[in-house]
Design a protein around this ligand. Structure first.
Ligand SMILES: [Zn+2]
Ligand SMILES: [Zn+2]
Length: 344
């Protein structure tokens, strides 16, 4: 069941050869997630305006150049947009916000809640449009990891990478849990009412199955209600690792993030033959991506961030990883489609 997904869309925006950007959407409003802030020109401003949180791995241009469009898409919104990143993210986002002049219309109510992860702590600052973006006051809380972001249905975990600059890798974990099943509710004899939330609260709290609830003059066990009106969604883990060496320093944290992941999106900037360059520029090879996927027992490995030096022979990188781990794929079509070439 680990392959079942509760997100409605998961999209590697620029494929495996462009800036690595992973967009994950849910059916509601203001609830999508974006992993990495590189070129997001293939996502409309409407899609970007649906974001709840952005997770930036590091501040190299191919991972941070898209921040302006994210800010622009959310400027007129009355919401808090969470931005997470490594050391110096608050100052770097603040500098980018400050680079523009604003009309400060009263409907522009965006608040960017920027959190940077440094060893041992989280540092958070608010960038507030209605206050005309004063320099943020930073608050610090202790952090031992991996939990970074917690919402009712999902969590995001983080670990430090080992790149040429401070960086993070992330894992999205959808909570196992009960959800009201609209189809079952439509079929059932009980009409939806306040009892749905009450039963949901008790199911999620793990109350005994024989607990009885009084509804419309009758009594029903939690077990009956769970079977007749609710669905259980299995846990899904989507891990996003890029721009890191697989070193003694990074390996334990990355392994934990990727453990039994439904999908592992993983840096494969180099082929194993370029191990020297991989070490120098602190990237992973396709072989190492395969090794990490195998050690972490993931379901699927998706290779990302191929160096353009392999243009025309990207398949060799997939083959290289597949020699170590069987369930490997990469998206080589996005670029071809953008260039107007027909897909396979
Ligand atoms: Zn990069
Ligand atoms: Zn980088």
């Amino acid at each position: 069941m680990r392959n079942a997904r509760t997100f409605s869309e998961i999209r590697l925006v620029n494929g495996s050869t462009g800036d690595p950007v992973l967009f994950i959407d849910y059916p509601g409003k203001d609830d999508s997630l974006l992993f990495d802030g590189g070129d997001n020109g293939r996502l409309s401003l409407t899609r970007l305006g649906d974001l709840a949180a952005v997770f930036i791995t590091h501040h190299h241009v191919d991972h941070f150049v898209g921040l302006d469009r994210i800010v622009r898409a959310n400027m007129d919104r009355d919401k808090v947009l969470h931005v997470f990143g490594p050391a110096n993210t608050i100052a770097k986002v603040y500098d980018r916000i400050n680079a523009y002049e604003y009309p400060y219309f009263p409907f522009q109510k965006i608040v960017l809640r920027v959190t940077e992860v440094v060893p041992g702590k989280l540092r958070t600052g608010l960038l507030e449009c209605t206050r005309r973006f004063p320099e943020p006051t930073v608050t610090e809380t202790p952090w031992t990891g991996p939990l970074l972001y917690d919402s009712p249905h999902l969590q995001v975990e983080a670990a430090f990478t080992d790149h040429t600059v401070p960086g993070l890798a992330f894992a999205l974990v959808e909570k196992v849990g009960y959800h009201p099943d609209p189809a079952k509710l439509a079929r059932g004899t009980l009409r939806a009412g306040a009892w749905v939330q009450e039963a949901l609260k008790r199911l999620r709290a793990g109350d005994p199955a024989d607990t009885r609830l009084e509804i419309d003059g009758g009594t029903f066990s939690l077990k009956t209600l769970a079977e007749q009106y609710f669905a259980v969604s299995p846990s899904t883990r989507v891990t996003y690792i890029t721009d890191t060496a697989l070193s003694e320093a990074s390996r334990p944290g990355l392994l934990k993030l990727a453990h039994k992941a439904t999908r592992l999106y993983c840096d494969s900037f180099y082929a194993q033959a370029q191990m020297k360059q991989a070490q120098q520029y602190r990237h992973m090879t396709a072989t190492q991506a395969g090794e990490l996927a195998k050690a972490a027992k993931v379901d699927q490995l998706i290779l990302i961030h191929f160096s353009q030096r392999y243009a025309g022979k990207y398949e060799a990188l997939i083959d290289e990883a597949r020699a170590v781990f069987p369930r490997v794929s990469a998206d080589l079509d996005t670029e071809r489609h953008a260039a107007g070439e027909p897909g396979p």
